[in-house]
Design a protein around this ligand. Sequence first.
Ligand code: HEC
Ligand code: HEC
Ligand code: HEC
Ligand code: HEC
Ligand code: HEC
Ligand code: HEC
Ligand code: HEC
Length: 278
Amino acid sequence: MSTPRSSSVWIRLVLLTRRFKSAWLKGVLCVASLSAMALIAALVMSCASVNRTVHIAPGSPGAKAVGMETCAACHGKIVADFKTATHARLKAEGDNALDVGCESCHGGGSVHVEAGGGRGTIINPKKSPEICFQCHLDKRGEFSLPHTHPVLSGKVSCVDCHDPHKGDAVIAGGTALASQNETCFKCHTAQRGPFVREHAALREGCTTCHAVHGSVNDKMLISRNANLCLSCHIEVAQKGKIMVGGADHASRLARGNCWMSGCHEAVHGSQVSAALRF
Ligand code: HEC
Ligand code: HEC
Ligand code: HEC
Ligand code: HEC
Ligand code: HEC
Ligand code: HEC
Ligand code: HEC
């Protein structure tokens, strides 16, 4: 590891090992986690090469970093909880490096502290994702895809689904996948059920089928065709037949996707139809 130049701060990024979802999805997820690793690798590279802009957000003019302990004097609860946060693993090291945890998103805090605190003297990233994009470069692209959550227009915020201050940044990310769905149910009550006929796929999490940052496909689906469903439902092929759920789907699959009208429209769950038709 090289010694940082005295004017700059070197950031050590600790990578996290992605957990696996259930064993029967392992194949799919191996691919997914590989791409997550690639992303994190990209993050490390981008953060390392542009640490001038990433470790301290451009704050109020003239503001300098003061370090997290200074914030603790007035924001004790946030600082105490922050130890558990994903972003607490971002750490600056070097001769003149301060622990810049808070200021990596809020910008230098000196002006705010000299003013004795108060609103409008330090960045509050609630209203704009720009601070997040400085490190998560790829996310700007994802939120520019044709089908996305309206984050760029400010109707939905990163913090509706992510906690910057406490615990896993993906809310409920450390616990059962089904509890991650609670984040979605805050706004999408129809998918909560309860359903008489549940679709077990939802227990794997909404992100099994939806790319919630953005997708080229309608409804932010990860695939626009039967592959969305066949990734779990494929069965051993027989001569001239495509067996799904014990029935030959060869001619059905030729007609369109699985959730088109008349087929499995109630893809999240149904009150009546075991085959999730309506
Ligand atoms: C990953 C980026 C990030 C980091 C790191 C971060 N914050 Fe925040 N902070 C945010 C965002 C985003 C908001 C707006 C969230 C909201 O209002 O729900 C916010 C809001 C706040 C607020 C205003 C809360 C309110 O009620 O208006 C305070 C105070 C604050 N942060 C202090 C801190 C302190 C202290 C630390 C370090 C221990 C810290 N933050 C670290 C992103 C961050
Ligand atoms: C001297 C006490 C004090 C210190 C030190 C302090 N703050 Fe604050 N901070 C406040 C007060 C008071 C508010 C206003 C809270 C309110 O109105 O609810 C505030 C508000 C904020 C806000 C919201 C600003 C807005 O415009 O919405 C953020 C973000 C914040 N502080 C972050 C920090 C960070 C990061 C540090 C350390 C670099 C820090 N504060 C240090 C007292 C302090
Ligand atoms: C200073 C650079 C930086 C800023 C600013 C930043 N992040 Fe991060 N973020 C990272 C890094 C690096 C990681 C990977 C940390 C780790 O896993 O140790 C990360 C991790 C995450 C994760 C969790 C990834 C996972 O797989 O668990 C989420 C979610 C996230 N950030 C969202 C945000 C949001 C939302 C904002 C804006 C409020 C933000 N980040 C601001 C650098 C940053
Ligand atoms: C509608 C909810 C939602 C919004 C809004 C959202 N995210 Fe996410 N994000 C998620 C979920 C859910 C995951 C976990 C994905 C998974 O497990 O497959 C995630 C994962 C991540 C990750 C880690 C894995 C990855 O895809 O890179 C980062 C980083 C991240 N989000 C950053 C952001 C940033 C930055 C914003 C705002 C610009 C944002 N997210 C807005 C729901 C959301
Ligand atoms: C803060 C509220 C909020 C949260 C939390 C939220 N969403 Fe959304 N979602 C929206 C809004 C607003 C839209 C855009 C609706 C529109 O354009 O009509 C949307 C759109 C969608 C759509 C596309 C709907 C369509 O008709 O095209 C899907 C799918 C979706 N969200 C899934 C999710 C999932 C999965 C999660 C959890 C990871 C989630 N949402 C969390 C507010 C939210
Ligand atoms: C098995 C795959 C799958 C899973 C898991 C899944 N969805 Fe969907 N979702 C779909 C499909 C397919 C559509 C498109 C339905 C259509 O166009 O009629 C859709 C559409 C939606 C829509 C748009 C409104 C609608 O019903 O057309 C929302 C909102 C939504 N899903 C939210 C969620 C939430 C929240 C979760 C997690 C609780 C979730 N989805 C889990 C496949 C899935
Ligand atoms: C994450 C894996 C997964 C995905 C993706 C998935 N399913 Fe399922 N699905 C299941 C599981 C598990 C069951 C319950 C066990 C079973 O019957 O195979 C189930 C059951 C069903 C059933 C009820 C079968 C019966 O006869 O009881 C239908 C219909 C169904 N899924 C349709 C779909 C459709 C349509 C899609 C694509 C939009 C889809 N599934 C995507 C895992 C998945």
